[in-house]
Design a protein around this ligand. Structure first.
Ligand SMILES: [Zn+2]
Length: 86
């Protein structure tokens, strides 16, 4: 669900950022007979992050490190120690 995470190298903040991004999306616009619109199934086709600014110290640009999502997934943790299943 989560996209890339950010880390501010200036103050160590990892939780609060202003993110400016442009998105291209495809959405299913579902109208009722009465003309009311309900937007369903919105897919993000393209997302470009233009600027990330730290909310704590206002640093941006090179000060903000991007940490790709999925790095911390414990894929190889199980089975590292014992062979109790065999
Ligand atoms: Zn900061």
């Amino acid at each position: 669900m989560s996209a890339a995470r950010y880390r501010c190298n200036a103050c160590g903040n990892v939780t609060r950022f202003d993110v400016v991004a442009s998105r291209r999306t495809r959405a299913f616009h579902h109208y009722t007979i009465g003309g009311d619109l309900e937007i369903e199934e919105e897919d993000v086709l393209d997302e470009r992050v233009e600027q990330v600014t730290c909310r704590w110290c206002n640093a941006s640009g090179d000060k903000i490190a991007i940490e790709p999502s999925g790095v911390t997934e414990p894929a190889d943790v199980a089975g590292a120690g014992s062979d109790s299943q065999t």
